[in-house]
Design a protein around this ligand. Structure first.
Ligand code: FAD
Length: 461
């Protein structure tokens, strides 16, 4: 028998993957008797915000991920297609019809028994005696689960807030402007620097101060979980300073026009090769992965609306045509520092037999979380049968996401959605964007076929 905790996107997929392969599975869900600050129904896999499950286009990263999930029997995608509503290229669903149908299918599966109520780690020994346990309690996990995860993985490896800077596709940075140099030429030239002149800097700061922001939810500024406190910006800033150790860039800019030039964008130790001078200010870019195909904007955590981020960060010299693979966010989230605490099969290094799935692993979004649910289900199946699960090559979408969760590059580990930058660049490099992506896609399809064969021959598909 297996135990899955949380019937969100990851939990239903994990339970379904196990049940379809003949494993009796108990699936714990606490809603509706106990809820989270964002959920409002008792449906499994509730879409707490948008009703979009991203692109359907087979030539997009999200489309490739969907093809891979379909090959493994995704119940979320199959149900979403049955309840699709018009959404252009995106797979959008009628949220109530989707939730109701999915809940019914899962409840009626002969190998799944649904347990209602909040699971607590006090049950762990008993459940582990019966087989593997998968934790899929999501970004708003109960305090009991979060506290236990912090205890066994080390407090510094569990995040309570997601405070990340925007990330751009390296191929879209203008290298004739952004230059590689570390301050005072100390260390390797891993950083790229986007140099501001006084005018461009002041225009950027003014745009930041006046930009439209995402509203703060009460549960983000008040008590971490109870949502009872007032929706105040001051409380929110205090919380994120405490939990995430940062202040949003727009709040720093509000302190005065030169506050960024003296702080996050300090140009000391830098020389712009185009002018031979120190720039007025400099925004630094740091590689996000080993192959340097993604760069994050250092210390640019913010709460601006996405359209505003695109407009304003494209005012930065060198980023005029940058493509953002992820925008900055600061919000409540719970996730582990996967590269330090998870094995490649999503098993907790500290507690063999306990797997983690969904957003807790450090992926982001409904589809990515569901994808990690299927993977955790297969990994738990392999664990029970003593067959190690083959981890897919980084060139397919599953491999790309899992490589992000194992990448040891020193960085602020941040949740990631599926995007082109996670797929390795072709060798030799291809300059044309369309041809580069077509090549990545072809490699992804080959890598997927290989992985499916490995799963098949191990009896895990
Ligand atoms: C406010 C907000 C807005 C979002 N907007 C979007 C968006 O627009 N698009 C998008 O793609 N993603 C969005 N996300 C992210 C998305 O919700 C997650 O990526 C996805 O739901 C994660 O799936 P999951 O299975 O890991 O967690 P969830 O889907 O949250 O599922 C976790 C489940 O576990 C249950 N649970 C928790 N603790 C326990 C316990 N101790 N015992 C039993 N059950 C428990 C919960 O009730 C829940 O049903 C948003 C998240 C939040 C918080």
């Amino acid at each position: 028998m297996a135990t899955v905790v949380g019937a969100g996107f990851a939990g239903v997929e994990a339970a379904w993957a196990l049940a379809e392969r003949g494993i009796p599975t108990q699936l714990w869900e606490m809603r509706p008797s106990q809820t989270t600050p964002a959920h409002t129904t008792g449906w499994f896999a509730e879409l707490v915000c948008s009703n979009s499950l991203k692109s359907k286009s087979p030539t997009s990263p999200a489309g490739q991920l969907k093809a891979e999930m379909d090959a493994l029997g995704s119940i979320v995608l199959a149900t979403a297609r049955e309840h699709e509503v018009p959404g252009g290229e995106a797979l959008c669903v009628d949220r109530n019809a989707f939730g109701e149908a999915l809940t019914k299918k899962v409840r009626e599966h002969p190998n799944i028994s649904v347990r209602s109520g909040a699971w607590t780690p006090a049950r762990l020994q008993e459940d582990m005696a019966n087989g593997p346990v998968i934790l899929a309690t999501g970004p708003l996990s109960t305090d009991e689960v979060s506290t236990w995860l912090a205890e066994i993985s080390g407090r510094k490896h569990l995040y309570f807030y997601d405070a990340v800077s925007p990330t751009v596709d390296a191929a879209t940075i203008d290298r004739s402007v952004a230059f590689a140099q570390s301050r005072y030429d100390k260390g390797e030239d891993d950083y790229l620097n986007c140099p501001f002149e006084k005018d461009s800097y002041l225009a950027f700061v003014e745009a930041l101060v006046n930009a439209e922001r995402v509203p703060i939810h009460a549960f983000e500024s008040g008590g971490v979980r109870d949502g009872s406190a007032e929706n105040s910006e001051e409380q929110f800033l205090e919380k994120i300073k405490y939990f995430a150790g940062c202040t949003p860039i727009e709040a720093i800019a509000e302190k005065g026009p030169r506050s960024l030039a003296f702080g996050n964008f300090k140009p000391v130790g830098l020389t712009d090769p185009r002018t031979g001078r120190r720039p007025y200010a400099a925004l630094q870019l740091r590689p996000e992965n080993k192959q340097k195909s993604l760069y994050s904007l250092v210390a640019c955590q913010n709460r601006l609306k996405w359209g505003e981020q695109k407009r304003i960060f494209r005012m930065v010299p060198g980023l005029e045509n940058a493509e953002f693979v992820r925008y900055g966010v600061i919000h409540r989230n719970t996730y582990l520092e996967a590269p330090q605490v998870l094995h490649p099969d999503l098993q907790l290094r500290a507690v063999p037999g306990v797997f983690v799935a969904g957003q807790l692993t450090g992926v982001e979004g409904y589809v990515e979380s569901a994808a990690m649910g299927i993977f955790a289900g297969l990994a738990a199946l392999g664990y029970g049968r003593k067959i190690p699960l083959a981890v897919p090559d980084q060139r397919c979408a599953y491999g790309a996401l899992l490589a992000h969760l194992q990448d040891q590059t020193p960085r602020e580990f941040a949740p990631m959605n599926i995007n082109w930058g996670l797929f390795p660049d072709p060798e030799p490099p291809i300059k044309d964007k369309g041809a580069r992506r077509a090549s990545k896609l072809a490699h992804a399809q080959d890598a997927l076929s290989l992985w499916l064969e490995q799963l098949e021959s191990a009896g895990l598909r």
